[in-house]
Every structure is written in structure tokens, then in C-alpha cells.
Design a protein around this ligand. Structure first.
Ligand SMILES: [Zn+2]
Length: 656
């Protein structure tokens, strides 16, 4: 049974390559014709039940008939039956060619907004802008795109289509996404497609996904893996235990039986319709493993869609039905009471709350895998302190040269006694998180991970006058702190030889000083280390505060704040009008976490082919979270003007 599936998949991929056409994937060698074809299409459409989301993908079977189906689908655009018209726009969004444009125009009159928008999007792809006003109106709609799975907002669909075709809509500049590497999950030894095991009070889940097909790319795999992890990591079952999830991905290659096979269909354009799916839970094997999970996703799928589909792969069911309306417990959550469910929708609610995975979903996963959510952990009676709280704080640390074969010691200027600020943030599991250790210069701040009190963190900075020197700080931090701080691990110091210090420290104060203390951090730093200026700490505080204000303004569309805090150089370059238009549509970030701050110092803004020299600029290494949950490491610049921070952005086309 399994073998024959692989054969069909292999044939599909092969024929796609051979005919360089997405339409050649047809496992049946002879397509029916005439009334036989019409009968088969009618039978396929009869499977579509508006109340059952799992049936929305039925038109995919019509796609398999190729262009032979198009004349029938063009006629169905005028059918009185909604599922028939939906099937028609679905198939045409993938198979239509410019010669079909005149007959497709009737679809712009469809009673269903989603159908009208899909035809409008397909027409744009074919070079016809007749439906542009429908998509502009869809941007303002709060309706759900009909027959979408998982449900997508019509406005999100329209935004995606218009972002892909910005030349058609000069008044809506696209959001300039910063570059950088995506964070992806660590690769662990693969088990089965999806395994769920209870270890003490942790629900350990490993999801192995192999993406095959014309649309499978590493970039998509990485962003989906990050989206899945963000959604499911740390979610508790209804009693107490939390999930620790590992997502392993492969792109292409021979089918690996340890990996769920996900065929990724290459969508011809941003508005092309496809209904992604994943078999619910697969087969539970003897011993608890689960195998034979198969999915079909597409290249337009967002990280939220991936998180929803993997929910199905773990054994969770949809929480929405007809017209994209939430069902069961998701009803209230999607209507202002609580936080919306990822199994019910993919968009933020009116209070800008992102969707989340729920305790009841974890219960379903455990039940599906025959595991009882135990109440022995006692997490509810005595909640364990938030990970990191006990570890974070200020440490008085002593540095002693351990190894210095290059004789750099006299030049590094590193004080014997240092006041270290240790932050443990963004916990990603019950014993695992991120750690940031900073101190006054010339200490080079480091950032890394911490597991069970053992940390490994790296940084890059200026050492003994040499820039871009790599630094490694490894050790344990359970008070006392003990570790080794090594400068020049990349061989950047003269002679290529590194210098390492043994570090021992004891905790002096928690990070948050009591309210009663005035100017907490600065006073503490001055008392302990009067020689060093307290500037490093206050610069970080300034940057953190402004980053939070910036994110809040982006989330609440506070364009006044965003405009007022833009640097004058931005207005000189683009003009105030262009920036106003840009800010109206800015998607922004969901979170900015500052990892390291340099400056204030001179900096040249290189933008749109122009070089603008500026003074008093902070350069900040940041971890950004994009609205769709994607995380990336990037660099931001803020300017210090009259004690206030200002930001920079690309408002579109520079003034002539
Ligand atoms: Zn679903």
C-alpha cells in the first residue's frame, strides 16, 4: 500500500520535471472525456460539504484532469450551487491561461466574496487588473476566505496577493523584511514520523517532516519548523505537563520511512487556491510509535498553517466548521473571550492576540497516543518559578588568566573584578533557555543557550583594539558562577592565539531592584566598579524601552508615535507623505529582543543607493519576531537625539 503511494509521488515529481508543468501530475494515464469527465467532476464536487473542512480539498482531484477540465469549470462559474462555483475558482486559480480571461470575468460578479477575490487574484496573475478593486475592498473585510483550510482571513489573502503584485498597487508599499538567518530546530536522532513520550513531567514530542515535490525549499522548511516550534513548545496539558518539541526537517531526497512525507505543491501565484492537509495522527504502532503520516501542503502556506497541520499530525482535530466559524470551546475564544485557537483560525483577534495551542489540544495528543496526562507533578498546586528567574541577576565575578600562549594579557584591559549582568530570557523549555551576559566595556557581551544551569554563549567585539574578535563564554551558573571566558576563538588576535580566563562569581543582586531604590542599576554599578562608566547598562535600558514602545506602536497601528520617532534623515530621503503612506500599511514586528548594543557612535546609513553619514547612533544586534511568528537575528540602528531614541526605515521610493 505504502509502496504504491511512493510510486505515484515519484511519477508526479518526475513528470513535473519532464514537462516542466505543474499540471502533468496525473496518476491516471487516461483522462476521461466528454460526458464521462463531466460525471466524474460532478461526483467530486458532491464530496464538498461546507460544514466539513476536511472535504474542502476535493477539487484537487479535478486538477489531476488538467486543462481538459477548464471548459467545464468556466461554465460552473455561473452555477447556482456555491460548492460548484468554489470548485471552479479553485481549479481556475491553478489551471487558467490568458485565453480564459474573457470567460472568467463573470466570476467577478460571484455572490461569494472569497470566490470573487480568487478570480480577481487569478486575473492579476494572468495580466488582467479588472478585479483590483475587489481585492482592495477585501483588505478591509473581516470575513473568512470561504472554504479555506486552515481558515484564513480574506484580508490576509488579499494582502498576500497585492504584496506579490506591488506594481498594480503603488499606494500600498510592501513591508521591507530585514534579511538574516532563520532559527531552525536542532537535529536530534530521528525516531518515527511523530513520537510522543512522557518523560517525568515533560511531554517530549519529535516531529520528522520530509518535504518533497516541486514547491519544497529549505527556506520554507525552516520557516515552517520555526512556526511549529513557536506554536507548540511549552504548551501544558490540562493537568500540568508541558510539551518540549523537536522538529526535524528534510527537503527532497528518497522517502525516509522515519519521516512524515509532505508533498509541497508549487503554487503558480500568491492567490492560487489549494487546501493543505495532513492525515490525522496516522497509525499508532505497537510500542506507541506513530507512522505513515502523509500531508499535502503548498508553497503559499505560512508558519501558522504549518503549526495547524502538524496539530492534525499529532492527533488534534479542527475547531471550525461552516463559513470558517469556530466550533466548541473555540467559539468564545475567537470572539473576544480569551485567546484564539490555532485549530480554529490563523489570524490575530481584535485585541491583536496571536493564536495559540491549547491545553485541550495537548490532552487530545496524549489521548491519541495512549498516554494519560498525569496529575502527579503537582504543577498546579505549587507552580514552579518561571525558568531563569532564579538564575538571572548581577554577579560579582573574578577573572584570572588561565591560558595565554600569545601573551595578550597586558593588552586586553580586562579588569580582575567585573560586575556581570546575567539575563535568562525567552525560556524554550522547563530547563532550557537563552542567556545573555553583559558588563561594562571592554567585556564583550555574549549571548547563547542554557540547559540545566550549563551555558554556552558567544559574542563578537573589540579586544585590545582589534575589532571583530570572537568570544566564547562557557560554564555553569547555579550561583556560584564558574566558567571559562575565551577571547579570540576565531584566531583573530595577533599570532592567531586565544587568551582564556577562569571566571568565578557569586550573585550580588537580582536584576529587578526593589522599587524603593532610586536609579537601581547605575548606583549598583558605580558602587561596585567606580572606575567604569555606567553607560553600557543605561544604553541597553534605553534601547529596550524604545524597542518595546516601537513594537507596541506597530501592533496598535499608532502611526503618530511611529511618525514622530522617525529620524529626520528618513523624511529628507523619502518625504513625509511617502512615510505616512508606508506607516499606514506597516506590519512591523511582534517582538524586538536586543542582544547587544554598541555606541552611540558615527554610522553611515546605506539605503536605496545613498550613503548618509550620521552621528550618535546605536547599533543593536536583535532577535526579531515577525507577525507570522518567524524569528530572525538582525541588526537595527537607533539614533540618540536630545536624550530620545529615533528609528530608521525604508518608506519606499526616495524623492527625486
Ligand atoms: Zn485543519
Amino acid at each position: 500500500m505504502k509502496k504504491s503511494i511512493w510510486r505515484i509521488l515519484t511519477i508526479c515529481i518526475f513528470s513535473t520535471l519532464l514537462f516542466s508543468s505543474l499540471l502533468a501530475c496525473n496518476p491516471d494515464s487516461d483522462v476521461p472525456s466528454g460526458s464521462d469527465l463531466e460525471d466524474q467532476i460532478t461526483a467530486i464536487i458532491a464530496k464538498i460539504d461546507p460544514a466539513t473542512p476536511s472535504t474542502y480539498g476535493a477539487p484537487e482531484e479535478i486538477i489531476d484532469f488538467g486543462r481538459d477540465s477548464v471548459p467545464i469549470m468556466l461554465e460552473l462559474l455561473e452555477s447556482p450551487d456555491l460548492p460548484s462555483r468554489y470548485a471552479a475558482v479553485y481549479v481556475l486559480s491553478r489551471l487558467a491561461e490568458p485565453e480564459d480571461i474573457p470567460e472568467m470575468l463573470v466570476g467577478l460578479e460571484d455572490d461569494d466574496f472569497g470566490n470573487r477575490a480568487t478570480i480577481a487574484a487569478t486575473l492579476i496573475w494572468l495580466g488582467d487588473n479588472s478585479g483590483i478593486e475587489i481585492l482592495e475592498a477585501a483588505l478591509l473585510s473581516d470575513e473568512v476566505l470561504s472554504f479555506s483550510h486552515p481558515p484564513e482571513l480574506l484580508a490576509d489573502y488579499a494582502r498576500r496577493v497585492l504584496d506579490e503584485a506591488p506594481q498594480h498597487l503603488p499606494s500600498l508599499p510592501g513591508f521591507d523584511r530585514p534579511g538574516g538567518a532563520f532559527l531552525s530546530a536542532p537535529l536530534q536522532a530521528p525516531l518515527r514520523d511523530v513520537t510522543v513520550e512522557l518523560e517525568d513531567c515533560t511531554i517530549k514530542i519529535v516531529v520528522n517532516l520530509q518535504f518533497v515535490g516541486a514547491g519544497a525549499t529549505q527556506a520554507l522548511a525552516d520557516s515552517w519548523a520555526a512556526g511549529i516550534k513557536d506554536m507548540w513548545e511549552g504548551v501544558h496539558c490540562s493537568v500540568c505537563c508541558a510539551i518540549s518539541i523537536t522538529v526535524n526537517t528534510k527537503v527532497g531526497g528518497d522517502p525516509d520511512e522515519e519521516y512524515a512525507q509532505v508533498t509541497v505543491i508549487q503554487m503558480p501565484h500568491a492567490g492560487a487556491r489549494h487546501t493543505s492537509n495532513m492525515t490525522l495522527g496516522g497509525t499508532v504502532m505497537e510500542g506507541g510509535g506513530v507512522n505513515n503520516i502523509v500531508g499535502e501542503w503548498d508553497s503559499n502556506d505560512t508558519p501558522a498553517v504549518a503549526a495547524h497541520e502538524v496539530g492534525h499530525g499529532m492527533g488534534v482535530e479542527d475547531e471550525y466548521g461552516e463559513d470558517g466559524k469556530p466550533t466548541g470551546e473555540a467559539v468564545g475564544e475567537s470572539e473576544g473571550d480569551g485567546v484564539p485557537s490555532i485549530m480554529a483560525q490563523t489570524w490575530k483577534d481584535k485585541e491583536k492576540q496571536d493564536t495559540e495551542a491549547k491545553a485541550r489540544h495537548v490532552d487530545q495528543i496524549l489521548a491519541h497516543h495512549g498516554i494519560e496526562c498525569p496529575d502527579k507533578c503537582g504543577c498546579i498546586a505549587t507552580p514552579t518559578p518561571k525558568f531563569g528567574e532564579a538564575l538571572a541577576g548581577f554577579f560579582v565575578a573574578f577573572f584570572e588568566v588561565a591560558e595565554d600562549p600569545g601573551g595578550h594579557g597586558p593588552f586586553t584591559d580586562l579588569p580582575i573584578e567585573q560586575y556581570l549582568r546575567v539575563e535568562v530570557t525567552d525560556a524554550i523549555g522547563p530547563s532550557t533557555g537563552d542567556i545573555a551576559i553583559s558588563a561594562a566595556a571592554p567585556f564583550v557581551p555574549v549571548y547563547g543557550t542554557i540547559v540545566d544551569g550549563v551555558f554556552s554563549a558567544t559574542g563578537v567585539g573589540t579586544v585590545a583594539g582589534f575589532p571583530n574578535i570572537s568570544v566564547l563564554f562557557e560554564g555553569s551558573i547555579t550561583n556560584p558562577l564558574a566558567g571559562v571566558y575565551t577571547l579570540g576563538v576565531n584566531g583573530g588576535l595577533p599570532g592567531g592565539l586565544a587568551i582564556s580566563y577562569n571566571v568565578e562569581g557569586t550573585k550580588d543582586a537580582p536584576l529587578e531592584e526593589p522599587e524603593a531604590t532610586e536609579e537601581p542599576d547605575e548606583v549598583v554599578v558605580e558602587e561596585t566598579q567606580p572606575v567604569e562608566e555606567p553607560e553600557t547598562v543605561s544604553a541597553m535600558q534605553l534601547v529596550e524601552t524604545f524597542s518595546t514602545e516601537l513594537v507596541n506602536a506597530m501592533q496598535s497601528h499608532d502611526t503618530t508615535f511611529l511618525f514622530d520617532r522617525l529620524h529626520p534623515a528618513v523624511f529628507d530621503l523619502y518625504g513625509e507623505d511617502a512615510c505616512n503612506v508606508y506607516l499606514e500599511g506597516v506590519a512591523g514586528y511582534s517582538q524586538i529582543v536586543a542582544l547587544d548594543v554598541q555606541g552611540p557612535e558615527a554610522w553611515t546609513w546605506e539605503i536605496d543607493g545613498v550613503s548618509i553619514p550620521l552621528e550618535d547612533i546605536y547599533t543593536i544586534d536583535v532577535e526579531l519576531t515577525l507577525p507570522e511568528g518567524k524569528e530572525l537575528i538582525s541588526v537595527l540602528h537607533y539614533a540618540l537625539v536630545d536624550g530620545e531614541l529615533l528609528w530608521f526605515t525604508d518608506c519606499g521610493e526616495p524623492l527625486p
